[in-house]
Ligand binder design. Sequence first.
Ligand code: AMP
Length: 114
Amino acid sequence: MESCIFCRIVEKELQSKIAYEDEEVVAFHDINPQAPIHVLIVPRKHIPTLNEATEEERSLLGKLMLVAQKLAKELGTAESGYRIVLNTNKDAGQSVFHIHLHLLGGRSFRWPPG
Ligand code: AMP
């Protein structure tokens, strides 16, 4: 998807601060961080929202979580705590329609979220 900003980051057409990448997943620091640690974990495959994910993506979706866990450890927030967020559509405030996990850490978070 040429017009998708995260596809362009994955393809390195747009610059980002990469935290992790492999053949299926890319993670990069959020341009507008909401916490001291704010990394986005995205599949290379373009999936607009969680609603479009299928059984075919079962292991890919699991992998996103394991990459989040790995980065939380590497970035030093695994023990103090962190939050994983996956916004879906309007009411959740999704603004980029290429599925992504937010890994947020380095401060405490409230519950319920706003
Ligand atoms: P969401 O609202 O869940 O769709 O999250 C989209 C996130 O992408 C927001 O936190 C933005 O700050 C972030 N974002 C948008 N453009 C870029 C970019 N070029 N590089 C890094 N993060 C971005």
